[in-house]
Design a protein around this ligand. Structure first.
Ligand SMILES: [Zn+2]
Length: 401
């Protein structure tokens, strides 16, 4: 089936509250992104209340291959943004991308250097030095950096979601006064960033050509997303953008550049520690989770992608290094108005690095392109399991650590 990609932009017209899994009666947290499932649920509601049964069937019916609703991440410029990988590091004292206003010492990535260094340790190579990532400006320690990033005209920028916490007292319905011991806190996503720019959310929907026409008609009619709608929260404007997004190089270029960066790092150890050169038919690539993923192995929850799911010959590929986290994820079943089961997910930002033998870039490109298009694990239609192969942030970060 040909896959059509619709670029989606959401503008907030009131504050937004997207429930999390840590729901408590007195503390309502919000997510800092719009899950694909939330847009999907809001669209389904819109179709049902408009009694558009045929269109509902075309998208969600039993005979339909459901469209994939990617998560929507906060954006300043309207360009596509990505969660920072768990391998990203920044200065402990002046964190952030150098390109942004104020004093920031830059953001780098440790995946390739750390992986090659650990391979040397595994091989018991006699090393003249240890790899310790430090800030290139002030030589302080580095720390992880969360949030999202975009690349505009070759420059990295970071984006975080403005969240406001308000505490309120509940009102006693009988006495019309503040109820005792009933203070609750509400978190909402604000409509504007700290520097008063309107907050945008960017994502995509993947579908067939026929479904594309239905979605282009109905998505702009979605007017509300998330919780607290009776309190005026979650009013949105949904747009299907006409131009496509091209801030990332193509997969072939990413595969070649990532592999070249690993080889450059390897040659450093050839010089300083006399290790053997890499064989010519060895290639490396990385897999970043751009969304949480429900991974399974033989039907059981797993904390890493099953090698068989990569589509490459099993004897030619091995997991070389993983920087990953797990989280519990539940949700709300919009159709059934019931909570979904809570399950173990591998967190967004998790990074897996693989070593292959005897495969050409063409072989890798053919299979890994499918993986990027079709996603990984369960619940893909709801935005889970989106992956990016050999992300440029690993081989071309803003600063070298
Ligand atoms: Zn620094």
């Amino acid at each position: 089936m040909t896959k059509k990609r619709l670029e989606i932009e959401i503008t907030l017209q009131s504050s937004l509250m997207i429930g999390t899994d840590g729901e408590s009666r007195f503390y309502n947290q919000t997510r800092d992104y719009i899950p694909g499932a939330a847009l999907r649920g809001a669209l389904a509601e819109t179709l049902l209340s408009a009694k558009a049964g045929d269109n509902f069937e075309a998208l969600f019916g039993e005979s339909a291959t459901e469209p994939i609703f990617d998560n929507l991440y906060p954006s300043r410029s309207g360009s596509q943004t990505y969660p920072l990988p768990l391998s990203a590091r920044t200065c402990k004292y002046y964190p952030g991308f150098q390109s942004q206003e104020g004093e920031h010492h830059g953001v780098g990535d440790i995946l390739i250097r750390q992986a090659v260094f650990e391979a040397m340790l595994d091989e018991r190579v006699n090393l003249p030095c240890l790899y310790t990532p430090l800030c290139p400006e002030c030589h302080s320690d580095v720390k992880r950096l969360g949030g999202y990033y975009e690349v505009v005209a070759g420059q990295y920028g970071r984006m975080t979601t403005p969240v406001r916490r308000i505490s309120r007292t509940a009102i006693d319905r009988w006495r019309q006064t503040a109820a005792e011991r009933l203070l609750y806190t509400l978190e909402t996503v604000e409509t504007h960033t700290k520097d008063r720019m309107p907050l945008l959310f960017r994502g995509a929907v993947l579908c067939s050509d026929d479904q594309g026409a239905v979605l282009e008609h109905w998505l702009p009619k979605v007017k509300g997303i998330g919780g607290g709608r009776s309190r005026g929260l979650g009013n949105v404007k949904v747009q299907v953008l006409s131009e496509t997004d091209g801030s990332l190089p193509g997969l072939r270029e990413r595969l070649e550049e990532f592999d070249a960066a690993v080889r450059t790092e390897w040659r450093f150890y050839q010089r300083v520690a006399g290790v053997e050169p890499l064989a010519a038919d060895v290639r490396f690539f990385s897999l970043d989770l751009l969304a949480p993923a429900f991974l399974t192995h033989h039907g059981l929850p797993a904390t890493r992608p099953a090698l068989a799911d990569l589509g490459l010959p099993l004897e030619s590929v091995q997991l070389w290094r993983a920087i990953s986290q797990q989280s519990m994820i539940g949700g709300w079943h919009m159709g059934g108005r019931l909570p979904r089961r809570t399950a173990l997910a591998t967190a967004m930002g998790s990074v897996f690095m693989y070593r292959t033998e005897g495969l050409s870039f063409g072989d890798l490109q053919a299979e890994l392109q499918k993986l990027e298009n079709q996603r990984l694990g369960e619940e893909r239609a709801r935005g889970f399991g989106q992956v990016l192969i050999s992300s440029p942030i690993h081989y071309q970060a803003e600063v070298t650590l």
